[in-house]
Design a binder for this molecule. Structure first.
Ligand SMILES: [Zn+2]
Length: 158
């Protein structure tokens, strides 16, 4: 975890804030190539699209699968404001993407939702490494917890 990682994660939190402003869930992600180039950005679109699978992590994995050669996918890093759900972890693994860096964990999100009285997720929050054991994962990042938690709080109730 270095300053560059933190800069990309802060951009993820900005994208998560944009999602909340639009009425979507508080998640944002950035895909970065081996040379540091930002290859793509995304935010949650669950509510505005009507499609509950419109998570930024799977959107970026599918984009990468069709636009980048396998070596570039393996060398890319996916930054995200909240740890992948199992659907997005699986897409990341199938797309052959590289390192994942997340700001806050699925376990933190589960606890925060429970505190807010939000319904439990319909999908079990399994850690990324249990879905894709070969991927390098870093997180959570304590200095970003307060900001992400505030976005989660703002996004409930819908
Ligand atoms: Zn997901």
């Amino acid at each position: 975890m270095n300053e560059i990682d933190l800069r990309h994660l802060r951009r993820c939190v900005e994208l998560a804030a944009e999602a909340v402003e639009a009425g979507d869930d508080p998640f944002g992600s950035v895909l970065v190539g081996a040379d540091g180039t930002v290859l793509g950005e995304g935010r949650n679109h669950e509510t505005t699209s009507g499609d509950p699978t419109r998570h930024p992590e799977i959107d970026l994995a599918r984009w990468a699968a069709t636009h980048l050669p396998a070596e570039e996918r393996a060398a890319a890093t996916l930054y995200t404001s909240g740890e992948h759900c199992p659907m997005c972890s699986a897409a990341h693994g199938w797309a052959g993407l590289g390192r994942i860096v997340y700001a806050t964990s699925a376990a933190q999100l589960t606890a925060w939702r429970a505190e807010l009285g939000a319904p439990a997720s319909p999908v079990r929050p399994i850690p990324i490494q249990e879905v894709v054991p070969g991927v390098q994962v870093e997180g959570p990042v304590p200095e970003l917890e307060k900001d992400v938690r505030a976005l989660v709080r703002r996004s409930f109730p819908k």
